[in-house]
Design a protein around this ligand. Sequence first.
Ligand SMILES: Cc1cc2nc3c(=O)[nH]c(=O)nc-3n(C[C@H](O)[C@H](O)[C@H](O)COP(=O)(O)OP(=O)(O)OC[C@H]3O[C@@H](n4cnc5c(N)ncnc54)[C@H](O)[C@@H]3O)c2cc1C
Length: 330
Amino acid sequence: MKSFTLINPTTLDGALEALVQAMDRRGRSKAALLAGGQDLLTELKEHLAEPEKVVNLKGVPGLATIQVDGALLRIGALASIEAIESHPIIRERAPALAEAAATIASPQIRSVGTIGGNLCQRPRCWYYRLEEAKCIKKGGAECFSYSGRNKYNAIFGGGPSYIVHPSDLATVLTTLDAQVVILSPKGTQTLPIERFFTLPSEGSVLKETVLKPDEIVVEVQVPLDALSQYSAWSKFKERASYDWALSSVCVAVVKDGSTVKRARVTLGGVAPIPWRVPAVEALLVGKSLDEATIAAACEEALRGAEPLSENGYKIPLTKGLLTRVLRSLA
Ligand SMILES: Cc1cc2nc3c(=O)[nH]c(=O)nc-3n(C[C@H](O)[C@H](O)[C@H](O)COP(=O)(O)OP(=O)(O)OC[C@H]3O[C@@H](n4cnc5c(N)ncnc54)[C@H](O)[C@@H]3O)c2cc1C
């Protein structure tokens, strides 16, 4: 690990100031934000990140609260994954969010890892994580997974990088139409979560989000409505104990009797961003969740998938998860 200066601001302004001061004239940052440290510390130890300054957010008060404000659930960026998993209102009114939180990592990691860090965590692709491999995510020329070992990589939205986004909370929050509140020196901005994540072909291939080096995620907002109420989640991981998703599915529906009036469907573990499938949402509207509809939804959800040499299994796996989730909502 390269040595760094640890900065412990006690206000958000102080944290912003530290980020701004750590930028060079070309807008490049020499700082990294620290929340629970469950990803950043590994990045530091493996020389994937070598900031000169680490700005510790944990001394900033008020960032870990979870509160219901009218019909809005407001989750502070430092709220732990464990707090989300066990929060009674989230369990009752946005069950998929609590269910997904419960499938993340281990109890120890959930008690320390935060929602802000979970959304901003870096990819788990082993070429990216291998210090010696200068892959495209680290400024190299190619994505080694494309012609190399790609069992865990993307079947949608890949190129020029084929990572999958590792955040389970992101998959659910996309389904629930959440917003990310971002603080920058220019003020506060509220962004639909779908605009927070970027495909490698759209933004910078070096990043997974639109976040700039002088910006901080301060809150995540989730509408508590009929959609969040009937939300469900399923995830398949290689190790039963703790692991990232090989594939995951989140669905939320509003029904009138047995007829679907509104639906949102997002796949996780299959693309560099949470992969929303509007064609499936449109297919579900006006139907009841019978077996024929579920089968058609599964076909539609995986239409256009482009598996690499070792990850074709994600197609039947994801169909299985979607079947399970739709049956649970039927
Ligand atoms: C063994 C293991 C298994 C895991 N399994 C899963 C899993 O199954 N599903 C899953 O979703 N995750 C999984 N994770 C990831 C884990 O949930 C994340 O590492 C954790 O949520 C990161 O949160 P943190 O608060 O520790 O972030 P940190 O490690 O402190 O930060 C992570 C990144 O986010 C940035 N950051 C943090 N907070 C902010 C903020 N407020 N604004 C802007 N940038 C910020 C940091 O600069 C850093 O780049 C696993 C991790 C481990 C170690």
